[in-house]
Ligand binder design. Sequence first.
Ligand SMILES: Cc1cc2nc3c(=O)[nH]c(=O)nc-3n(C[C@H](O)[C@H](O)[C@H](O)COP(=O)(O)O)c2cc1C
Length: 202
Amino acid sequence: MLSITLFKECKVIQERIEVIFSTLDEDGRPNFAPMGVMWDGKELIVRPFRNTDTYRNLMATGCGVANVTDNVLLFTQSALSEPIFPHFDARQVRSIVLKDASYWREVVVTKVSGGDMRAEFCCRVVGQGWRRDFLGFNRAKNAVVEAAILTTRLHLHDDQVNVEAAYRRYQEIVDEIGGDQEREAMRYLRDYVRRWSVARAH
Ligand SMILES: Cc1cc2nc3c(=O)[nH]c(=O)nc-3n(C[C@H](O)[C@H](O)[C@H](O)COP(=O)(O)O)c2cc1C
């Protein structure tokens, strides 16, 4: 179990990027989840909701890895299910690195704070690595990430019409300039939404 001091707040860091955050649970089972993290090179802040495995694993082990990748299919899959992606052991912390990361940061938790719903883990970067160039984002990749976020928050949206309009717009962008990866990601999201809508109707 994590043993660290509880402070009121983390340092303020403006820069936010979307990563696939990887952790191990107490029994060593891998977990991958998209998280928006703030970092400034030496420090990193991750703010998982308290009902996520990422929160539980950070509390249990006190470390994780922020993986930067342009593979948006991985964002959609790990936002909505529990895939175990190909990975290898991190060097400096007891955690794992996503094989399809462009580069990554290995972090240890130094402070925990936050509110009822969401925790805030301030972390120190203790290791890093690089595997391949970051290809970059285009509008289709952005659209997939936005669609993935919307899908994780379906339960918060009363206005079905607006949600459907947003999906249609994301789909148009992907149809226009997306590649196989973005199209597969949108199919994955739309299948999920269909199942979710059916389940909600019953
Ligand atoms: C781009 C993106 C960023 C996200 N950022 C966060 C975040 O900062 N905190 C959080 O709790 N959930 C975030 N989510 C939602 C989680 O990824 C989602 O709830 C996931 O199922 C949590 O997985 P876990 O239970 O395996 O940790 C994000 C989702 C996406 C697509």
